[in-house]
Design a protein around this ligand. Structure first.
Ligand SMILES: [Ca+2]
Length: 487
């Protein structure tokens, strides 16, 4: 009898019907991708990264199921170059996309990350800002920005009132006498807005994402959801401000006398408490407005996660949460992005894969790793020409490493960063003629003491100059056929 059962099982396993059924099963089991990206979000503002004041329960819930990367770096410290890089799979200095343009003219018909999935039968959908879009200008218009149509099966923009939202608004930047009205542009403005979540772009983006998950749950999907908060203007419905009021109770980062004295001019960030003319009250309000925007964005993430749960396909969907770069919230009296210090160059990165254990991974990673990694996780071969590394093994073994240094650039400052385990090395200009910063990240994790001009570190600096030149040469060795000018 036992032998008969084994015979029957063997017979069934070799039958063509069963083979077809197995193929169909494996097709059904292709993992979906839900990619959520916030704009200008520093990891230090999230409770899963240790913030005690700003609570982000929904983003934390992704971390509770997935791998939280504590040392993930963007490749460009503002929207345009960062997004063009991880979406195309090339470093900013490979494509030369150092500003606010689509990478398409530089990559020709080579597939971008979402397009690679589209080419493999995925339904790829873009909701709001994935490639660069001007915030607030582009969001007020509801336009496509520097999008790449070939990446998507369908795409949706989410118009919002931004700084014009009715409510109590104040311009914090360059407004010492308080007479400056609430304005648009890349300006620190806080608006405690009237009305509910759906008044704003991110509320609309969450609603659209929920609808798309339900609509496409029966096929393989790659849904990319872009939230524009906490990018300025800091606008959120009133209720999200409550935990941060009065603003006077919020704490500012420690201010050290003479903090700027040992750093080269381009190392002083483009926005500072000084040049923005923000007194202590305004600095605290900026943090409160930023946190309220984060809390609002986190609530929208929660809606999307609920829709995924309800759809019944959560157990076959990879969820990724990240940002395009970090942000200063007053450290060294710096504000916003662009700087190559950790607060600005690091991004939150959480990857949750069904069936894998939650973990915290301290290995150095880069946003450019998403293209090869997520391809690998979904069983797609990725093109050799792309420049990121496959970090998928880190999701099984968080001690796995693929690189000794993370690389990032701040083209606005002609700045270049190599961030190693022990050192943060920053130089300005390709020949370092604009100055150098070197921080010992073990002894000085908040980067207060620049060691670059101390004679005892001359060898370390010399070695980094060499490593930087080699990294740039490596980046420019690619299949794009571009002639590079030194900047
Ligand atoms: Ca951004």
């Amino acid at each position: 009898m036992k032998h008969l059962v084994i015979f029957l099982l063997l017979f069934l396993a070799s039958s063509p019907q069963l083979a077809v059924a197995q193929r169909e099963k494996s097709k059904d089991e292709k993992l979906n991708v839900l990619f959520i990206i916030s704009d200008d979000l520093t990891p230090t503002a999230l409770s899963c990264y240790g913030n005690k004041v700003c609570q982000t329960p929904n983003i934390d819930s992704i971390a509770a199921r997935g791998t939280l990367f504590t040392r993930a770096f963007c490749q460009g410290t503002y929207c345009g170059p960062s997004r063009a890089s991880f979406l195309s799979g090339y470093y900013p200095h490979a494509t030369g996309v150092l500003g606010y343009r689509s990478p398409r003219p530089k990559i020709g018909d080579r597939a971008t990350w979402p397009q690679h999935f589209k080419n493999h039968g995925y339904h790829t959908a873009r909701v709001s800002k994935i490639y660069h879009m001007g915030v607030p200008g582009g969001i007020e218009k509801g336009s496509h920005g520097a999008d790449d149509p070939a990446s998507w099966t369908e795409r949706f923009n989410c118009k919002g009132p931004e700084w014009k939202a009715p409510g109590d608004g104040e311009t914090l930047e360059n407004n010492p006498n308080g007479k400056r009205p609430v304005v648009g542009g890349n300006t620190f403005v806080v608006v405690q807005a009237d009305g509910d979540d759906l008044v704003h772009s991110d509320g609309k983006a969450a609603a659209k994402a929920c609808q798309l998950i339900e609509q496409h749950k029966d096929k393989s999907f790659f849904i990319a959801v872009g939230f524009v908060r906490p990018h300025v203007p800091f606008v959120a419905p009133r209720k999200y401000y409550k935990p941060f009021l009065p603003y006077s109770k919020l704490e500012l980062p420690e201010k050290i006398k003479g903090d700027w004295d040992d750093i080269p001019k381009p190392g002083i960030n483009y926005k500072t408490s000084k040049n923005m003319k923000m007194d202590i009250r305004k600095q605290k309000k900026a943090i409160g407005g930023y946190y309220a925007s984060v809390a609002y964005m986190d609530a929208q993430v929660g809606k999307v996660l609920d829709a995924l749960k309800k759809s019944g396909v959560a157990d076959k969907t990879i969820v990724i949460f990240t940002s395009d770069h970090g942000y200063h919230l007053g450290e060294h009296d710096f504000w916003a992005k662009v700087s190559l210090r950790d607060e600005s160059a690091m991004v939150p990165l959480i990857i949750s894969v069904p069936g894998k254990k939650p973990a915290v991974c301290k290995s150095l990673t880069e946003l450019i790793d998403l293209y090869p990694t997520v391809s690998k996780l979904c069983g797609l071969k990725f093109p050799k020409r792309i420049q990121g590394q496959d970090i998928s093994k880190m999701l099984d073994d968080p001690s796995h490493t693929v690189r000794k240094a993370a690389f990032s650039v701040a083209p606005m400052r002609r700045g270049f960063l190599l961030r190693e385990d022990q050192w943060s090395y920053i130089q300005y200009n390709e020949d370092a003629s604009g100055g150098i910063e070197l921080f010992d990240m073990k002894k000085d994790p908040k980067q207060y003491t620049n060691l670059a001009n101390k004679s005892e570190y001359a060898e370390v600096v010399k070695a980094f100059k060499k490593k930087m030149a080699a990294k740039l040469a490596e980046v420019r060795t690619n299949d794009l056929g571009i002639k590079y000018k030194k900047r």
